[in-house]
Write a protein that binds this ligand. Structure first.
Ligand code: ADP
Ligand code: MG
Length: 157
């Protein structure tokens, strides 16, 4: 998986080395995203889950913000989808994974979307570049007409 491979957005990853079966899942919560209230709920559940790992309150806010951005994108662009939240273990590290999945229209140009300044909704949020910045690992897979999956992880230091 690499970000340059497919100009039509078939698959792209900002972090090809990440994940890939190396992570042990210690806990998992799935939140169905159907509307605005689910954004708040996903955000709160992610915050509570990450708090169990001892993240600082400012880190918890960053993680919660990333969850909101991804959930909001689902509501805005795909109408519905799912956010999966996990507590992970990789070697001696523990962290959280946020995976946003939908079967919406897909992102035509992932590279452009990740560069920012490419908004179809003129929102003032941090957007995908912001989520990438806030988290340690970030991957997008998107297919036109089939949907989008964004996976982000943050490790406890
Ligand atoms: N889940 C998604 N499904 C389809 N398109 C998306 C999705 N998430 C983001 N996009 C597209 O990528 C663009 C950039 O997203 P983002 O960085 O969150 O900025 P914003 O939501 O403010 O436009 C969006 O404007 C939209 O066109
Ligand atoms: Mg957005």
């Amino acid at each position: 998986m690499d970000a340059e491979r497919n100009p039509f957005g078939a698959a792209a990853s900002a972090d090809p080395a990440a994940g890939n079966g190396r992570d042990r899942v210690l806990e998992e919560i799935a939140v169905r995203i159907d509307g605005d209230t689910d954004i708040v709920s996903a955000r709160q559940k992610g915050r509570v889950l990450a708090a169990t790992l001892g993240f600082s309150s400012s880190e918890l806010t960053l993680i919660a913000t990333a969850i909101s951005e991804l959930a909001r994108n689902i509501v805005l662009y795909a109408k519905q989808g799912e956010i999966v939240l996990r507590v992970l273990e990789r070697g001696d590290q523990r962290g959280v994974m946020v995976r946003a999945h939908d079967q919406g229209p897909g992102i035509p140009d992932i590279r452009r979307a990740l560069q920012g300044g490419f908004s179809t909704s003129r929102s003032l949020g941090l957007g995908l570049p912001g989520v990438r910045r806030l988290m340690d690992e970030f991957e997008i897979e998107s297919r036109i007409g089939q949907g989008t999956t964004v996976t982000a992880r943050k490790w406890k230091r």
